[in-house]
Design a protein around this ligand. Structure first.
Ligand SMILES: Nc1ncnc2c1ncn2[C@@H]1O[C@H](COP(=O)(O)OP(=O)(O)OP(=O)(O)O)[C@@H](O)[C@H]1O
Ligand SMILES: [Mg+2]
Length: 433
């Protein structure tokens, strides 16, 4: 049975009225608030078929009952038959869901491009493993929850688990198998899980994978957790119809080995979202011009968590006046320092040294420059450390100058640079090479 839906021809006027009622003035505005492409919204509004998840999302945005206006896009289905089938479909798709500790994403801004990419990978291209990577607070959990909510109707089972408390693989497998076998099995082995992932379409979400990765060793699992690496390889490489979404501050090496633009294993590296950051400033009620708001967001790389933390401080210390806060010229404190501490502590000594080096060379550096200043370090170690820092989103690739056109130039985001500079100042740690 196809899972595409279309608006009944007789209900198109009702949908147009709902647009007005909800103050949605254009197709673009609806596309942005639903996190969907313009063409999906246009198809929806003109009664052409759209996928089930998008249909449900658009109905929610317009506050209309999906079953009232929907018609299954199956040839030969009458309105009544289609309504019955749709009710059954909704029941099936809602029955087997366990959202664990997933966060509420009713307040979610921007990221329409990233959501469209993820939706495409998961629903259309049927990727088996999708990793959402990025630094702390950038919005990995939020976007994973949002996209999972959008594609949930594509799957018979949805299960969300956080790895923050580092459950053993056995515990996790037991948990997943019990759920997808509808409490018929209690096996804790990988083969049973794969059997179920093959015979049903399941969506698994594993949040906070960095909790079981070894600090200082890029992408390797902690002692006792290496089985998780095997789980990722098996899910990525075995033929099945399910999907695992994982979020992590660091990229597991099994993903690095199997990902590819045309392969069923994909990675989305999240950077800041200006749209989300600006919207978060607005809901916190901060006062300032658009330019001041943008300056503030830029300073924190539009990291939603950093922006939320600083907005609270500005509210408390400066009555919400962004201008007064900017005049202080002090950007890294309290919650923001703690956020970066957690990530910095996990670095190897060489990675820390490169971070210090970049902090005092804000124009960025090429590998060749770094090599000539760290002559005692073998090139392979330097490359590994740079890859590790990139994998943790602590350094960025910058546009090289004309002279350095042939090689990559690495730099730090402003908030990270200020943090590292202050750290060096406080601890007296220096480049120990
Ligand atoms: N697009 C968004 N719209 C609104 N709020 C957002 C958005 N993205 C993130 N946030 C908020 O910012 C905060 C940090 O986001 P989130 O927890 O998803 O980050 P994370 O990358 O998962 O961080 P960590 O690495 O610590 O797990 C949360 O309070 C979240 O609700
Ligand atoms: Mg998270």
């Amino acid at each position: 049975m196809s899972r595409s839906l279309r608006v009944n021809q007789g209900c198109i006027e009702q949908v147009k009225l709902a647009l007005k009622r909800n103050g949605i003035l254009s197709q673009r505005a609806l596309a942005e608030s639903a996190g969907l492409s313009l063409s999906t919204v246009s198809n929806f509004l003109t009664g052409k078929p759209v996928d089930h998840a998008s249909f449900v999302e658009l109905c929610q945005q317009l506050a209309i009952d999906c079953e009232e206006i929907a018609q299954l896009d199956v040839a030969g289905y009458s309105k009544t038959k289609s309504k019955l089938a749709l009710t059954a479909l909704t029941r099936i798709t809602n029955k087997h869901q366990d959202w664990g500790e997933a966060i509420d994403v009713s307040v979610f801004y921007g990221r329409s491009k990233e959501l469209a990419t993820l939706g495409q990978w998961i629903a259309t291209q049927r990727c088996r493993l999708v990793a959402i990577l990025g630094m702390g607070g950038i919005g990995k959990t939020a976007i994973a929850a949002k996209v999972a909510a959008q594609v949930q109707h594509e799957f018979e089972y949805v299960i969300w688990r956080s790895l923050r408390n580092a459950p053993s693989l056995e515990t996790l497998l037991g948990n997943l198998v019990v759920f997808v076998s509808e409490f018929q099995e209690t096996a804790t082995d990988m083969r049973r899980l794969i059997h179920h992932l093959r015979s049903k379409r399941c969506l698994l979400i594993l949040d906070n994978m960095e909790a079981i990765l070894e600090p200082g060793y890029t992408g390797q699992f902690r002692n006792g957790y290496q089985g998780y690496g095997q789980l990722l390889s098996v899910i990525g490489e075995t033929a099945h119809s399910s999907c695992l979404i994982l979020t992590s501050r660091e990229k597991p090496s099994e993903i690095a080995a199997t990902e590819g633009d045309k392969l069923p294993v994909r990675c989305l590296r999240l950077s800041g979202s200006l749209e989300a950051a600006m919207a978060l400033l607005d809901i916190k009620g901060l006062v300032g011009t658009d330019a001041q708001k943008q300056q503030l967001c830029d300073h924190y790389g539009s990291n939603p968590l950093a922006v939320k933390i600083v907005a609270t401080s500005i509210q408390e210390l400066f009555d919400g006046e962004i201008k007064v806060f900017l005049q202080q010229n002090t950007f890294v404190f309290n919650g923001i320092r703690r956020l970066l501490d957690q990530q910095f502590e996990r670095l190897s000594p060489l990675e820390k040294s490169i971070m210090y080096w970049l902090a005092i060379n804000p124009e960025g550096t090429t590998i060749a420059k770094l090599e000539s200043n760290m002559i005692t370090v073998p090139r392979t170690k330097l490359l590994e450390a740079l890859e590790g820092l990139r994998g943790r989103s602590l350094i960025e690739k910058a546009t090289p100058t004309l002279l350095e056109k042939q090689s990559c130039c690495y730099t730090q985001q402003i908030m990270v640079r200020e943090y590292v500079t202050e750290l060096e100042w406080h601890t007296g740690e220096a480049i120990a090479l």
